[in-house]
Design a protein. Structure first.
Length: 264
């Protein structure tokens, strides 16, 4: 299925292609995301159940002993699902306070902390574990509040937060384009993780614009999406030439023969 037919009507569908074969697991995307979006560091970061990382990097391997061992890294932001019927995403569908919403013009799933009542239904509904609950007020030691990004409001205790594809950057790019009488170009709106990746593993852009690099890469037969059988129709694609990595992503159907992979 072509990208034009994969998503519902709307001007844009912003998304990513992450090349797993290029990713070194350095964590630069994670640090850039935290700095850009005012994600603080808790007093005990060893408690990974309560720590917050909008862009989390997972390490996987092929399960074989040395010297046949192979390792790969999965950077995982919010995958900004769309669902098979437009904007029925797992998280938006269960939120009783409309604290999360789907933008039909951009395909971005937003998060509004001031509406959130902390019920965590969305956390349980997300199949990608991309949502985090704020168990504590983020400590900002004296002086560390100065480098906070004024375009992103810090979240309070008791609410859920997640990756927003740096939506504030899109708003800034739209304002600049409006004042200049033009339109938002591909490089005018890029996420912090995309810019920070030293190996160029992350490509961001409009999946519905055939001129954008991300739309061209997503059409590759080497690309796939996580848990594609769930029908979340998310907008983060992964690319690899290694078959075992695709299998770990659950990118196959039950009636397939071993070694086959479902077409994306």
């Amino acid at each position: 299925m072509s990208l034009a037919n994969r998503y519902s009507a709307g001007e844009h569908r912003f998304g990513m292609v992450i090349d797993i074969d290029k990713c070194t697991g350095c964590g630069g995307c994670t640090v850039a995301c935290m700095s850009e979006n005012n994600v603080g560091v808790l007093y005990d970061e060893t408690d990974k159940i309560r720590s917050i990382t909008w862009m989390r990097v997972y390490q996987v391997d092929n399960g074989k002993p040395f010297p046949e061992t192979q390792v790969a890294f999965f950077p995982r932001p919010c995958l900004h699902c769309e669902g098979s019927h437009g904007h029925h995403t797992p998280c938006v569908s269960v939120c009783p306070a409309t604290a999360t919403d789907y933008d039909p013009q951009t395909g971005i799933v937003s998060q509004i902390p001031t509406r959130c009542i902390g019920c965590r239904y969305c956390v349980g509904a997300c199949p990608y574990h991309a949502r985090y609950f704020n168990w504590f007020d983020t400590p900002w030691p004296a002086g560390l509040e100065r480098p906070l990004n004024p375009a992103v409001a810090p979240r309070m205790r008791g609410v859920v937060e997640k990756c927003t594809f740096c939506y504030h950057r899109y708003q800034r790019a739209k304002n600049k384009a409006f004042l200049g009488g033009g339109k938002v170009e591909e490089m005018d709106y890029q996420t912090a993780c995309t810019e920070a990746c030293p190996s160029g593993a992350i490509t961001f852009g409009d999946l519905k614009n055939p001129n954008h690099k991300v739309a061209q890469l997503a059409q590759s037969p080497e690309c796939f999406r996580l848990l594609e059988r769930l029908g979340t129709n998310n907008k983060v694609y992964y690319r690899t030439t290694r078959e075992w990595v695709r299998r770990l992503a659950d990118n196959y159907l039950k009636d397939e023969k071993p070694g086959q992979v479902a077409a994306s």
